[in-house]
Design a protein around this ligand. Structure first.
Ligand code: FMN
Length: 160
């Protein structure tokens, strides 16, 4: 199984969170994972992927405009794939939840199947997706790894 992780990152924080999520996803089994900045997307790998996770920094209490533009203009074949969202922010309460919800909305518009790895999976109680403040401390990155494992497990359950 293949999983794509597509992210926007200017100063490296969201890239770091993407790497933590990939590390967690690898623990779910025999999965090939490709991390891709939004301007270096490997369309054929995405097409072959069962799941695609999207990450963005929080700008003005929402997702970055670069990631919004990506969703507004992408021609990638995303329909039917499992989707998940993650975000970084400068501050707790800085708007990462709204950014994740806008990404989740965009995934639904793309006809994706969205999963949160959410609160009812137990501790850690992820709600809309993984979040970190800047690059995240040890606890935040540990939560992101578990998020990656949960989403990859769901992808295997649905598509293996
Ligand atoms: C233009 C701009 C707007 C930002 N707006 C917010 C904001 O509204 N709330 C917040 O918590 N952080 C905000 N931040 C901080 C970033 O979300 C944070 O530093 C993020 O981790 C950067 O991700 P990156 O290193 O992947 O680029 C903003 C940063 C920039 C550059």
């Amino acid at each position: 199984m293949k999983i794509s992780i597509i992210f926007h990152s200017e100063t490296g924080n969201t890239k770091h969170l993407a790497e933590c999520i990939a590390e967690g996803a690898r623990e779910a089994g025999d999965i090939e994972i490709k991390l891709m900045p939004i301007d270096e997307v490997d369309a054929s790998f995405v097409e072959a992927s069962s799941a695609v996770f999207f990450g963005a920094p929080t700008y003005s209490a929402c997702l970055s405009w670069q990631m919004k533009k990506f969703f507004d203009t992408t021609q990638l074949p995303l329909a039917g794939k499992l989707g998940g969202a993650f975000a970084t922010a400068g501050y707790i309460g800085g708007g990462s939840d709204l950014g994740e919800l806008v990404m989740i909305g965009a995934m639904l518009v793309q006809s994706m199947v969205v999963y949160s790895g959410g609160a009812f999976c137990g501790d850690p109680f992820t709600h809309f997706g993984a979040v970190a403040i800047q690059a995240g401390d040890e606890a935040q990155t540990a939560r992101a790894k578990i998020y990656g494992t949960r989403l990859a497990q769901k992808a295997m359950e649905l598509f293996s």
